[in-house]
Design a protein around this ligand. Structure first.
Ligand code: GDP
Length: 597
């Protein structure tokens, strides 16, 4: 490719901002996207909304048309708005480019009836971490009791139509939610009352069902990005591009879905992307976008078939010679099998040194690698994308969890990953674990893990302590001294051979009695007894019945942090729901912290 003259960055040539929708589950993220996608102004005209790969494009004309009532039909400076189709943390954390976020602005959806919820706060933390602008959509206003529908109206107009009761409830809920944001260290205000935009985050009340407030949200998204992000939005021909997903497509091999945030991509460009096995250097074979959503008329013999894009054969795409930012694009090229989602894509220019670029592509991966524990002891973590891996590592590192990580990988769990985790069994067996998030496990890897697990389970069985509570039956004390022989009733849990038992002697204090060396039901030796069974047990013990304990004392399993870890690691299948519940109670009594794996 011949060298391009570097484009002079200018305020008159802006690209479309990229927007991500975030928030707690069920707040209406998907519905909100559907709602803003819902109306095409004039099909086939300049204002048409287009479906791209992983994103929807709203041209400025469309936004202007839909916000006419807000009297904002002055010229918009950006060509449009690109909204990422999959709402949530996942796509936000994946949209990264050279260490910073690729998402220019986010919509944080909050349900007006529920206020801030767990994932709202998680989203807030992610936004703060990346320093990303956002607007709060206070959704489901139509759920306020007595709400009068004003389809697709600006929110102030819709509010004027409501009764005093509705307005009062609205005010009360907004005040509560503003307070909740304050508790998170953020100042927020209804956007039409906000005098200090920039210091105070905007709230736009919306309904994704009847469309009230949607014009406000669209306009604010565009106006706000234009106002605050001009520098970032200036068009350049320096590529800024992120891999969102790595996908195998029938007949095409592995393709990558990317978001092109800035610059122009051409068919035939030499590109470099980050791969789990090292940088991948390849050439763009095809730049693809879906067929437009426009309805298509098929005329066949005398019959007329009316079809739309959803009926188009799967995998039929439009080919492009070049595509300009901002765009969601599918790239077909060779050798993309091990590409890592959530990393930057680079184009090799005529003056570039491929080696430098290869190094640059691996930077994102390296920055995540730095979080691995230096001692080399820790669990293995695997995720589908670099972004989710990063968040998972962050979580494991937090003081409340504090689990060291020795190895990471992206993509499906293969045999080699299991082998690596097994090596850890020798050093510290509780770390011989793979935490796999949103990835497939190959059958061979599963088999290998099971084999190793079985071995370890056998080894560990001596140290596993199943939880149980035993009631001594008054007339069934057969021997008071070593070995103590008693008849007991299994009140709760599972009684196993070898279990160390103790009695309570106060708040969180216990006296050890000894280890169970025999269990008999009707004079027959058994390995286990279940809740409700009456059995005779023999306890190897230094204590004496009648002196150290009596029928009034309940016998319980003596658990330790170690024994709980072993149960969790190897005996998941042997423990029932009630066993876990009892274990949790005992953990509290024995003051053993929550163990996360
Ligand atoms: P998501 O999990 O955040 O993507 O939430 P969805 O978009 O799937 O919405 C969850 C539920 O809330 C669905 O039953 C929607 O129909 C409903 N919902 C979403 N937005 C609104 C709204 O503005 N008003 C009302 N009444 N219901 C809504």
């Amino acid at each position: 490719r011949t060298k391009e003259v570097p484009l002079k960055r200018s305020e008159d040539n802006l690209r479309s901002p990229i927007c991500c929708i975030m928030g707690h589950v069920d707040t209406g993220k998907t519905k909100l996207l559907d709602c803003i996608r819902g109306t095409n102004v004039q099909e086939g005209e300049a204002g048409e909304i287009t479906q791209q790969i992983g994103a929807t494009y709203f041209p400025a004309e469309n936004i202007r048309e839909r916000t006419r009532e807000l009297k904002a039909d002055a010229k918009l400076r950006v060509p449009g708005l690109l909204v990422i189709d999959t709402p949530g943390h996942e796509s936000f954390t994946n949209l990264r480019s050279r260490g910073s976020g690729l998402c220019d602005i986010a919509v944080l959806v909050v349900d007006i009836m529920h206020g801030l919820e767990r994932q709202t706060i998680e989203s807030l933390n992610l936004l703060k971490m990346r320093n990303t602008e956002f607007i709060v959509a206070l959704n489901k206003v139509d759920r306020l009791f007595g709400w009068k529908t004003c389809k697709n109206k600006p929110i102030v107009k819709a509010m004027k139509r409501q009764s005093n009761d509705v307005r009062n409830e609205f005010k009360m809920r907004v005040t509560q939610i503003i307070t909740q944001f304050k508790e998170q260290g953020l100042n927020t205000e209804l956007y039409y009352k906000n005098k200090e935009m920039g210091e105070i985050f905007n709230i736009v009340p919306t309904s994704a069902i009847s469309g009230e407030g949607i014009p406000d949200l669209l306009l604010l998204l565009v106006k706000w990005t234009e106002k605050t992000l001009v520098e970032k939005l200036m068009f350049t021909n320096e590529i800024q591009c992120t891999v969102l997903e790595v996908k195998a497509i029938k007949g095409q091999g592995t393709t990558i879905d990317v978001v092109l945030a800035n610059g122009v991509l051409h068919e035939g460009d030499q590109i470099v992307v980050c791969g789990t096995q090292g940088p991948i250097v390849t050439t763009i074979r095809a730049l693809l976008t879906p067929h437009p959503m426009r309805d298509i008329l098929f005329i066949n013999m005398s019959k007329i078939f009316y079809a739309n894009a959803s009926l188009m054969p799967q995998g039929s795409y439009l080919h492009h010679k070049e595509l300009k930012a901002a765009q969601g694009v599918k790239i077909n090229a060779q050798g993309l099998d091990h590409a890592v989602a959530g990393t930057g894509l680079y184009v090799v220019g005529p003056d570039d040194d491929v080696e430098d670029i290869k190094e640059a592509t691996m930077q994102d991966m390296k920055s995540v690698m730095r979080r691995i524990d230096k001692s080399g002891a820790g669990v293995c973590v695997q995720a589908s994308t670099l972004g989710s891996l990063e968040v998972l590592l962050e979580f494991l590192k937090s003081p409340a969890v504090n689990i060291p990580v020795s190895g990471i990988n992206i993509g499906p769990v293969h045999k080699s990953d299991v082998r690596r985790a097994c090596a850890m069994l020798e050093r510290k067996k509780e770390y011989g674990t793979i935490l796999a998030f949103d990835v497939k496990v190959s059958p061979e890897a599963r088999e290998l893990a099971k084999e190793n697990g079985e071995d370890k389970k056998r080894e560990a069985s001596g140290e596993a302590v199943f939880p149980c509570r035993l009631k001594i039956m008054p007339d069934c004390v057969f021997n008071k001294k070593d070995p103590i022989v008693l008849g007991v009733n299994v009140l709760e849990g599972t009684l196993k051979m070898g279990t160390p038992v103790c009695i309570r002697s106060g708040e969180s204090e216990f006296i050890d009695i000894g280890r169970i060396i025999s269990i008999e039901i009707n004079h027959k030796e058994v390995e286990t007894a279940k809740k409700g069974q009456k059995v005779a047990i023999k306890i190897l013990s230094q204590k004496i019945f009648g002196k150290h304990f009596t029928v009034d004392n309940e016998l319980v399993s003596h658990i330790t942090r170690e024994s709980v870890e072993i149960l969790k690691a190897y005996f998941q299948d042997d423990m029932g729901k009630e066993d876990w519940k009892l274990l949790e109670e005992l953990q509290r009594d024995f003051k053993i912290d929550q163990i996360y794996f």
